[in-house]
Every structure is written in structure tokens, then in C-alpha cells.
Design a protein around this ligand. Structure first.
Ligand code: ATP
Ligand code: MG
Length: 654
């Protein structure tokens, strides 16, 4: 059998859970056996975490794959489960959100207050004519109203489509049109990098192209001047004056909850549709299990934006359904100084932190002296999501943020999966730096070769899911055919995630990046992630991206882009020497086959607005092509910086 994906990186470090955490863990090793015995019974038990007004008749209907129905016949209200039931249980005074604005203003919102605001917003939307099944677009900064708007939609059965507040007119209007949204909820602006950044003008332009939009509800956040049209209504003049009582009615378990577009790292974003009962069951369970949440004592903080799936599942629905107290922060991590996040951790005594490798690597670049100045002793569990986390970044996170005490959980999942699928359990798993370890209880992930056969331990291939799961996407909005073709056509009867993975000798899983990015060098399939991790393991490198560029002799050649750590000198010959040293370092770490043909030292990498590296643009640079679609790129000037640095850093030897 030919090799599907080479397995080059060896990593032998391993960290067992802290004893005290293991002793009191929410989930123990038995959960794996229990779920393996009868995974439908296992998920039915997890669904009991929620309050249903009508119990389901069947756990799963999979008679018409790939269209799944979970908890068939069951009924519930998502907002009721996230708010009312906590208040009814006597926890109305518990803080739901410690919100901090970028300028330093703060708000503390209890569950009772969040329920009141959500009820008022639900009443307002109803008055505006929004009924169950209608779509509402949400385009807001990271302010509590974003969560209120989502919960209000869920409460009345409207389907929300949150669009990241940094997106352009084209991206916003395209998404509004695709979903034919009736109402848009936005703000005058939000604060970013120390100044107000307007949102309303973008909405005005977008709405002018969208005949479906009847009303625009505007939160006043920055107080900046805004143009006012006949569809516009102020939030503070409507929602904040509305009746605070609203009785939640129940919806079918398969009622549409939201549409969310994927990040657009590899292709045109797809409108992923999620529904009610299964989504809430799995986000609630995984938030409890993976972060070991103790709602009475923990303070949880997920640094994602609400515009990404992580914000949906692990700021709004998972944590609130579990009655968590959380931190929400509006701004950027270096405003007004590079220690802002650590100041927030200390101020609110954050105990669980969930962030992304891009942020961790940025912190590595800035240097460990910055977190060292802050008291981070409240932390007890650290999480990562969004991209493969390189072993060195994982270790840096554990040492410099977790101070060697906190388990790190690397959580693999997608917009499409709705909830975490592969992850260590912090009280059970002896985690390996850079590995997402095992599928969670109730999840059947596998790594297969071209023919769809499981690869043995030590092998690499395609990551697939063999069984349906409760929070799975139900379709691509308005495009069942794209749903079938993208996810269910490559391997018969399996969901294909688009990611490569390997299974090590112990059977633990390592994510290897997108299969579209895999490089074919002299007949070997080499993953971008492994070469990037080898580069990041060098003490001078903070971040790296690797692509395969067409090469006359080897088929494809490895071209790397590396960001040096803050203190490293790269002028003149120092830069050339570093490049040679890095090429040799990769060859020593992974073998000569993986030695990059070329390494460029660059100040930044092209990233999506969610912080993921966009390798396809780097491939365009490496192959001297004009750039492809850059609409999801965070900062378009980055590409100019890289192209000009490219000539300077080119290495022509061997
Ligand atoms: P698009 O599908 O439009 O290209 P995207 O895949 O970046 O965008 P998301 O759904 O936000 O959109 O990201 C999911 C992807 O992120 C996964 O398929 C995987 O490639 C990557 N990912 C997420 N978490 C991890 C992780 N812990 N380890 C490795 N990769 C991860
Ligand atoms: Mg994707």
C-alpha cells in the first residue's frame, strides 16, 4: 500500500492531568466505554442535561443519509435553556458576563439581567414582524448585545446569521442576500486598536443592495455620527423600552437555529445550517467535559469573536446552557499594551482560557516577559482551537501562561461539526504537545487512506467521521447538492472533513492541516503542519507557514515563510545565516526530504479574519502568480510586505 501522508515528526513529551483535577473531573475515563457500548444511549443521556418540553420519540433518524434528524419529535427552547432555567433554579444573581470594552469601560451582567434583555429583544423583534423561521442578520462588535441578539432570535425561533464585524460590504451583503434576512442588527461602531471603528456605513451600503431587509436595529456603542434612513431604529429606543416579560415557546429539535459561513480559508464560504436540540446537547456536553467547567466557581474566557463558530458554540450556547460565568472582551490584545489579555485574566480571576494558536504564537513573538509580569495563578485549564498547534507553541502556552500547572486541551472541530469532536479530557488524558489525542466519547473519528480504509497506527491519511453526531451540520443553506458533494462524496458513507491527520503508535491523533495543502515532494506526501512545527521548534522562529511550489526536479518544492521571534536579528548576513540554519534544522528534525528549498523571513503572514494562515495566497506568491481571492484576508497590505521580502530572502543554493 502506498503511503497517503508521511509521518515525519516525532514528539515524545507527555503530560498527565494534575491529580486534584483528575480526582474531581466532570468526566472520567468510563465515559469512553459507556459511549462505545451504545452511542445513541450515550447522547440521549447527554440530552437530559437540557430541559425539554416534549421528550423525543427517537434519538436519531439516519434513514435518509446524509440528512440526519436528532431527537426526533422532541421540543425545547434554546434561550429558555440558556437563561430562564438558571434563574428559576435560584441563580439569577450569578454573573453571566463580565464584559470589558477596549477603552476600559466594563459591564457586569447577571443571568436575570441577560434574561430581561433577551426577553425585551424578543418582544421587539416580534413587533417588527419577525416570526419563527425568518432570518435575522447580526453584524455587531463584541458587546453583550451580540449575545442578546442571538438569544432573542433563538427565543422566537428566528434563524440568526452572524456576520463578523470586520467584513466588507460585499461579504455582508452577500450573506444577507443568501439568507434573505428580514432584519439586520448592528451598531454605530465598536472600538478597535484604540479608536472607534464604524459599522453602520457598511450596513447602509449593504442593505441598499438587499431588498429582503425591512428593518435595521442599531445599538449605540461609540456615539459616532451615523446616517439615518427610514428602516433604521435605535436599540435603546426600542429594545430597552420593550416589555421585559416574554414567554418562550418551544420549537422542534430540528428547527433551524442558525446559519454561519465558514472562515473561507480554502474556498468560498459555505452557509452552514445548524438546528436546535442536537446542537445544544453537544455544545453543552462538550463545554462541560472538555473544560471541566464548575459553574459555581470557574470564570471562563473564550477569546474568539462571536462571528465565528467558536463564539457561537463556546461563548453563547455551550457556556450559557451550563450556567457559566464568563469574560467577554471587545478589543484587540495589544490595546493599549501587549499585556492586556493577562491583565484581564488577573482582574476577573479567569480559571479557564480558550484561545487560538495564532494568538499564542503572537504572544511567543512578543516574548514571555509580557505574561510574566501578570498574576495568572487563577488559571486551571487552557484550550486551543482553530489551527494545528505546533508542539513548541503548546509547550510555550503550558509553561508561560499555565505556569506548568494547567492541562492544555487542543480541540479539533469545524463550523460544520458545530462542537468539539477530538480533544483530550483534562482530567483523564495524558496529553502530548501538538496532538488533539482521541475523539470525544460518542464521536467516531478515523484516519483513512485513498480507498477509505483505516490506516494502522503510525500511518497518515484523511480525517473522516464514521457516524452522525448531534451537532452536525444539516446542510449548506439553500444548497443540498453542495452539502453532499463537499462532505459526503469522497468516501462512501463517511463525512470527509478536508483535513489530513495521522495516528501515532499509541493510536493518538495529530492534525496535519488541509489535505489541499499537502505537498508532494519527490513522491512523498508531506504535510505543511509538520514542516511548520519543525521551524517553530527553532528558538528563533515565532511563526511559520509552508507551501508546496511547482518544481522542475522534485514535482513540488517546499517554500517556507517564517516570522522571527521579537529579539532575533535578521539584517544583512545575520538573516542569510539564519535561513541556512533553519533549512538545516528542518532537515535534521524531519529528514532531508523535508528540507525547504527556500525560506523567507517575513514580518507577518496572510491570515483570514479569524486568524488562520491562508496558504493558498502564499502558494500564489511562491509560484509567482497573481493573487487569488483575497476577500477573507485580514490585512491586504501583508501580501505586499511578503512579496517585497521574498526577493530579499531567496536562497539559491542546492
Ligand atoms: P473554509 O472551510 O471556508 O476553508 P475554515 O475551514 O477555516 O474555512 P472553520 O470551520 O472556522 O473554517 O475552521 C475549521 C478548520 O480549522 C478545520 O477543518 C481545521 O482545518 C482547522 N482546525 C480547527 N481546530 C483545529 C485543531 N485543533 N487542530 C488542527 N486544525 C484545526
Ligand atoms: Mg473548512
Amino acid at each position: 500500500m502506498s503511503e497517503t501522508l508521511a509521518n515525519l515528526l516525532q514528539e515524545n513529551r507527555q503530560f498527565p492531568p494534575p491529580e486534584e483535577l483528575a480526582r474531581q473531573a466532570n468526566v472520567t475515563a468510563e465515559a469512553y466505554d459507556e459511549a462505545a457500548g451504545d452511542h445513541l444511549a450515550f447522547w440521549a443521556k447527554q440530552a437530559e442535561r437540557l430541559e425539554w418540553t416534549r421528550k423525543w420519540d427517537r434519538v436519531l433518524d439516519w434513514s435518509n443519509p446524509p440528512f440526519a434528524k436528532w431527537f426526533v419529535g422532541g421540543q425545547l427552547n434554546v434561550a429558555y435553556n440558556c437563561l430562564d432555567r438558571h434563574v428559576a433554579a435560584g441563580n439569577g444573581d450569578r454573573v453571566a458576563i463580565h464584559w470589558e470594552g477596549e477603552p476600559g469601560d466594563a459591564r457586569t451582567i447577571t443571568y436575570a439581567e441577560l434574561l430581561k434583555a433577551t426577553s425585551q429583544a424578543a418582544n421587539t423583534l416580534t413587533e417588527l414582524g419577525v416570526v419563527a423561521g425568518d432570518r435575522v442578520a447580526i453584524y455587531l462588535p463584541m458587546i453583550p448585545e451580540a449575545a442578546v441578539a442571538m438569544l432573542a432570535c433563538a427565543r422566537i425561533g428566528a434563524t440568526h446569521s452572524v456576520v463578523f464585524g470586520g467584513f466588507s460590504v460585499d461579504a455582508l451583503s452577500g450573506r444577507i442576500q443568501d439568507a434573505t434576512a428580514k432584519v439586520v442588527i448592528t451598531a454605530d461602531g465598536g472600538y478597535r486598536r484604540g479608536k472607534p471603528s464604524a459599522l453602520k456605513p457598511t450596513v447602509d451600503e449593504a442593505v441598499a443592495r438587499c431588498p429582503s431587509v425591512e428593518k435595521v436595529l442599531v445599538v449605540r456603542r461609540t456615539g459616532q455620527e451615523v446616517a439615518w434612513g427610514e428602516k433604521d431604529l435605535w436599540w435603546h429606543e426600542t429594545v430597552e423600552k420593550a416589555n421585559p416579560e416574554h414567554e418562550a415557546r418551544s420549537f422542534d429539535a430540528e428547527h433551524p437555529l442558525f446559519i454561519l459561513y465558514t472562515s473561507g480559508t480554502t474556498a468560498t464560504p459555505k452557509g452552514i445550517l445548524h438546528t436546535t436540540g442536537g446542537f445544544l446537547t453537544q455544545t453543552s456536553y462538550t463545554h462541560d467535559a472538555v473544560f471541566d467547567l464548575k459553574p459555581e466557581s470557574d470564570v471562563y474566557w473564550c477569546t474568539a469573536d462571536i462571528g465565528w463558530v467558536t463564539g457561537h458554540s463556546y461563548i453563547v450556547y455551550g457556556p450559557l446552557s451550563n450556567g457559566a460565568t464568563q469574560v467577554m472582551y471587545e478589543g484587540t490584545p495589544d490595546t493599549p499594551h501587549r499585556g492586556r489579555l493577562w491583565e484581564i485574566v488577573d482582574r476577573y480571576r479567569v480559571s479557564i482560557l480558550y484561545t487560538a494558536p495564532t494568538l499564542i504564537r503572537t504572544m511567543m513573538k512578543w516574548g514571555e516577559q509580557i505574561p510574566a509580569e501578570h498574576d495568572l495563578s487563577s488559571l486551571r485549564v487552557l484550550g486551543s482551537v482553530g489551527e494545528p498547534i505546533n508542539p513548541e507553541a503548546w509547550i510555550w502556552y503550558r509553561e508561560n501562561i499555565g505556569r506548568g500547572r494547567c492541562p492544555v486541551v487542543d480541540t479539533w472541530w469545524q463550523t460544520e461539526t458545530g462542537a468539539i469532536m477530538i480533544s483530550p479530557l483534562p482530567g483523564v488524558t495524558a496529553a502530548k504537545p501538538g496532538s488533539a489525542m482521541r475523539p470525544l466519547p460518542g464521536i467516531s473519528a478515523d484516519v483513512v487512506d485513498d480507498q477509505g480504509r483505516s490506516v494502522p497506527n503510525g500511518g497518515g491519511g484523511y480525517l473522516v467521521l464514521r457516524e452522525p453526531w448531534p451537532s452536525m451540520l444539516r446542510t449548506v443553506w439553500g444548497n443540498d447538492q453542495r452539502f453532499i458533494e463537499t462532505y459526503w462524496s469522497r468516501f462512501e458513507g463517511m463525512y470527509f472533513a478536508g483535513d489530513g491527520a495521522k495516528r501515532d503508535d499509541d493510536g493518538d491523533l495529530w492534525l496535519l492541516g488541509r489535505v489541499d495543502d499537502v505537498m508532494l515532494v519527490s513522491g512523498h506526501n508531506i504535510s505543511t503542519t509538520e514542516v511548520e512545527s519543525a521551524l517553530v521548534s527553532h528558538p528563533s522562529v515565532a511563526e511559520a507557514a509552508v507551501v508546496g511550489a511547482t518544481d522542475p526536479t522534485t514535482g513540488q518544492a517546499i517554500v517556507a515563510f517564517a516570522i522571527p521571534r521579537g529579539s532575533v536579528r535578521t539584517e544583512g548576513t545575520a538573516g542569510e545565516e539564519l535561513i541556512q540554519e533553519l533549512r538545516n534544522h528542518v532537515a535534521r528534525t524531519l529528514g532531508p526530504i523535508a528540507k525547504p528549498r527556500q525560506i523567507m523571513l517575513v514580518p507577518e503572514l496572510p491570515k483570514t479574519r479569524s486568524g488562520k494562515i491562508m496558504r493558498r495566497l502564499l502558494r500564489d506568491v511562491a509560484e509567482n502568480r497573481s493573487l487569488g481571492d483575497v476577500t477573507t484576508l485580514q490585512d491586504s497590505t501583508v501580501m505586499d510586505l511578503i512579496s517585497s521580502g521574498m526577493k530579499a530572502g531567496k536562497s539559491d543554493e542546492d
